[in-house]
Design a binder for this molecule. Structure first.
Ligand SMILES: C[S@@+](CC[C@H](N)C(=O)[O-])C[C@H]1O[C@@H](n2cnc3c(N)ncnc32)[C@H](O)[C@@H]1O
Length: 265
């Protein structure tokens, strides 16, 4: 029998990026198939679990920074299964009435997000696909909570690398630029070619057997996707090097994901 938190129709026979990431972060919204995927991937490419933690920490720092820069609204696309340090917690700690909309293709992520947001007037979660920006931007829960005449932070953290070139990621980013006003920002993190190319290629092939194949891009290629956006200092840098916490003396992250913030031009 499936656990109570599994929405109808969820495929538990194929690994799923949201649930694999949840397992990497120590969550429990995952199945055997996801756990085997991660364990296999970590064996072939040690450091993947650490990378997930580094990415989550980057997300928290970015949201804190954006709130500190005066942004009050967050559209978090590819938001994942809620775990520690969720965007609404970080944003609403800084700004109690900060608006947050979570968007994910994964029904487990959306159902669990909606569950933990019960009673939170300023945050919601919807099912949506980054490859269809207009469906997200026109969704009644998005337009009901976010005011697009004011700056919005669009978060695409560890999700753009699931969008292949055939789906025109630059065009997707351009549509979000067109829908937002000056002062809005986009925050991204993205896989880049790793020193251990063999291990990373093994993991890329594993993802190829899931509904979300992995598209590794160079920092220059990622920067090239940001049409309509101006990358802010320090640029696209290894995620652990982006505005690092001074007291965080962790071993620096491997060079396999970069992140940064760009402002709408
Ligand atoms: C690695 S998790 C990142 C979660 C969160 N953004 C973070 O950084 O902690 C990637 C998430 O992107 C979601 N995803 C993958 N492709 C997507 C798409 N086309 N549209 C929306 N979400 C997508 C997955 O379901 C998964 O929850």
């Amino acid at each position: 029998m499936l656990p109570h938190w599994v929405p109808d129709g969820v495929d538990i026979t194929t690994p799923n990026a949201a649930r694999v990431y949840d397992y990497a972060l120590g969550g429990f919204h995952n199945f055997d198939v996801d756990r085997r995927f991660l364990e296999d991937a970590e064996r072939a490419w040690p450091g993947l679990v650490q990378l997930a933690h580094d990415n989550r920490a980057f997300l928290g720092r970015v949201v804190r920074w954006l709130a500190g820069a005066g942004i009050r609204q967050f559209l978090d696309i590819g938001s994942g299964i809620p775990t520690l340090g969720n965007v609404h917690q970080v944003a609403q700690f800084a700004v109690p009435d900060a608006r947050v909309v979570y968007v994910d293709t994964d029904p487990v992520a959306v159902a669990h997000s909606r569950r933990i947001l019960t009673g939170n007037r300023f945050a919601t979660a919807i099912e949506g696909d980054l490859r269809r920006p207009q469906d997200i931007l026109g969704h009644p829960e998005v337009t009901g909570l976010l005011d697009f005449s004011e700056p919005v932070a669009v978060l695409m953290v560890a999700v753009l690398h699931f969008i292949g070139d055939a789906d025109d990621p630059a065009g997707i980013l351009r549509q979000f630029a067109d829908a937002t006003v000056a002062g809005s920002c986009v925050a991204i993190s993205h896989s880049v070619p790793a020193v251990d190319a063999v291990g990373q290629e093994y993991v890329r092939q594993l993802y190829g057997r899931t509904p979300t194949s992995l598209h590794v891009r160079t920092p220059a290629q990622i920067a090239g996707l940001l049409s309509g956006w101006q990358i802010l200092e320090p640029g696209l840098v290894p995620i652990s090097d982006w505005d690092p916490d001074p007291e965080d003396d962790d071993v620096p992250a491997q060079w396999s994901a970069v992140g940064g913030v760009a402002r709408r031009t």
